[in-house]
Design a protein around this ligand. Structure first.
Ligand code: 6GU
Length: 226
């Protein structure tokens, strides 16, 4: 198995993957983990990778262009089974999904940071969105490390006791609305008009509607619906 992890702070994960069972798994040739720095794909002198959110509000958004460049360079090299975005509003990680992912050949794990990635990254590239629980981390790197660890330990030959894995036991209440940053158009894909309107009340209303729709779709249990 090969796992490519895309992040603005890949060094956060260096020592994690250099140790423990993950080190042994890669020494045995059972898994390859490659870390990629989104900043290496930024253009311009200051290698900017984030920008203010369209529509206003606190926090920066990771821009679509550097991430698109990074993902495309990977996607051109080999076929990936999934492009997984680690995000608090993804599907809550459970063992069943880990079991299924451990059977894949090539995976990309994309780490969010700040307020997350421009929604167009998700719409254009991401095939699966995963959260590791109902709390907010400052970035997706720890979650990617958690997910990679959970997957890699299931690869046959990684654990000393071949059968031990078989006997394992096993913010407000609304999800975030989509976010967008510059450019306003990326390869023909635009941004919802309301966010460019400067009309704060309409933006707030839109975001609330999107939050409710997201929550209703992805986590109806949070609304007391099932
Ligand atoms: Cl995947 N990312 C962030 N930033 N926070 C989280 C998470 C992911 N899963 C739970 N909290």
């Amino acid at each position: 198995m090969r796992i490519d992890i895309v992040s603005v702070v890949p060094r956060l994960m260096d020592s994690f993957f250099a140790h423990s069972i993950l080190k042994r798994a890669s020494d045995k040739g059972l898994v390859e983990v490659h870390l990629h720095d989104i900043r290496d794909y930024a253009s311009g002198k200051n290698r900017q990778v984030d920008d203010y959110a369209f529509g206003g509000g606190a926090g920066m958004v990771l821009q679509v262009e550097p991430i698109a460049r990074c993902l495309r360079s990977l996607l051109a090299e080999r076929a990936y089974d999934e492009v997984i975005y680690l995000t608090p509003d993804g599907e809550r990680l459970a063992q069943k999904a880990v079991n299924s992912l451990s059977l894949k050949k090539n995976l990309i794990l994309l780490c969010g940071h700040y307020k997350g990635v421009d929604q167009r990254v998700r719409d254009l590239f991401v095939t699966k969105e995963i959260s590791i629980g109902d709390y907010v981390l400052s970035g997706g790197e720890l979650a990617a490390a958690v997910l990679a660890d959970a997957i890699i330990r299931l690869i046959p030959g990684v654990l000393n006791d071949e059968t031990s894995a078989l006997t394992d036991s096993f913010q407000d209440d609304l999800l975030a609305p989509p976010v967008y940053t510059r450019p306003a158009e990326f390869e023909g894909v635009g941004v919802p008009e309301v966010l460019l309107s400067g009309h704060e009340a309409n933006i707030e209303k839109w975001r609330m509607q999107q939050s409710l729709a997201n929550t209703r779709t992805k986590r109806p249990d949070l609304l007391g619906e099932e």
